[in-house]
Design a binder for this molecule. Sequence first.
Ligand SMILES: Cc1ncc(COP(=O)(O)O)c(C=O)c1O
Length: 479
Amino acid sequence: MSGDYRAERLELSPEDMRRLGYGVVDLLVAHYSGLASGPVGRKGGRGELEALLREPVPEQPGDPLALLERLPRDVFSNMLHVDHPRFFAFVPGPGNFVSAMADALASGFNVFTGTWFAGSGPAQVELVVVEWLRTICGLPEGAGGLFVSGGSMANLTALALARHARLANRTEGAIVYTSDQTHSSVARGLRVLGFAPDQVRTLRADADFRLPMDQLRREVAADRAAGRIPFCVVANAGTTNTGAVDPLPALAAFCREENIWLHADGAYGAPAVLTGAGKARLEGLGAVDSLTLDPHKWLFQSFETGCLLVRDRNLLLEAFQILPEYLRDTHGASGEVNFGNYGIQLTRSFRALKLWMSLQTFGLDAFREAIARGIKLAEVAEEALAEDPTWEIVTPAALGVVTFRFNADAEASAVDALQGRIVEATMAEGFALVTSTVLGGRPVLRLCTINPRTSDEDMRETVHRLAATGTRLAAEMNG
Ligand SMILES: Cc1ncc(COP(=O)(O)O)c(C=O)c1O
């Protein structure tokens, strides 16, 4: 590094900043352009990583350019690339380069979006992007929301809002309803908010993994008869397990009649509303009281980009606003939006910039196509699975998810164990990554196909290799 490197001021010279910055960009460009031809990633062992990375805190300055060699070698090589076109595990994070650059800008300018006073321009951008999402999801005017760290925080914030709006924050005897397909972040959010397990009715989903309306009606009636207070239903707008969508129009009508808050978790599936097929599946999305979105999933943003939309945005202020004296100068004039009073975080980064820059760069139509591609890829996978009788398709392609089992001539428990072993062997091979889940009490394999950079050939070759791995492991098991 050059001579005017001022370590004691934590400062680099302009020239060194450029060298580091260009080095970072070069590394990212190499990552994006080499991703498809490399392995989907690896999980390092603890001992191996301790040996590579354990060291005392460095007292003396070092060369950041050397770190750009060390990082890909020792750190980034020991992770799963959630943006790899053959990463079909959990919910992928396809991301996009523009979002990554927006993150760098937000971080470089260290944008504070808690108050209008400190970040009026950024707050206005957030208002605009929230409004775009509101119209995309079909919520009425008057709806609003905010960016948060992810789906978990959006669900927590929504549940806190529901507690405020329907219970005036008094939780005793209050009951929330959801299905057994709901993401665990909802149970965690309820736990954080002080709801006891017996205040949560987890209804067994129907044969299509959707929340059963009849049972919901019965449970709500029984709770009311017993003097309890049904206050919130959490519906799924795309379950993590199978992409199932709960009956949103019926739920919205029921919740309105019963004065129950309806929250939909669309962290995974809601962006599919941008496509024809997704819109049909997600009918009623705009009728909910609150909606979780997770742009770091199917809107292709880098982590951590979550979003909560709320039918009546004024409730957010009611629920979360606190006006301490040390922020008196920021309380602001009417029309000035202090996002720090709309949720839990005061200091918050400029997450909206990522989606704003991505949409400005590629246009919404490209997003539509990218999402439609994810829906189609699951159908390609399903077709490939259907060609081979060793596969049982457990749930057909829905919102970019398909689940299936490798069937072998063995006891049920051995076939169950085989599914997990296929995951392990596939991960060791490194070509693609799939994970498993449990449906109807039995392990199944699951592909989540939301990366628009996945080719049809990637998809078919993955299914083909899974079959070869399953056949080999089944033969070993029987031999
Ligand atoms: C349906 C659903 N809800 C919530 C979440 C949690 O989101 P996050 O991991 O961004 O906190 C996920 C994550 O996969 C999800 O699929």
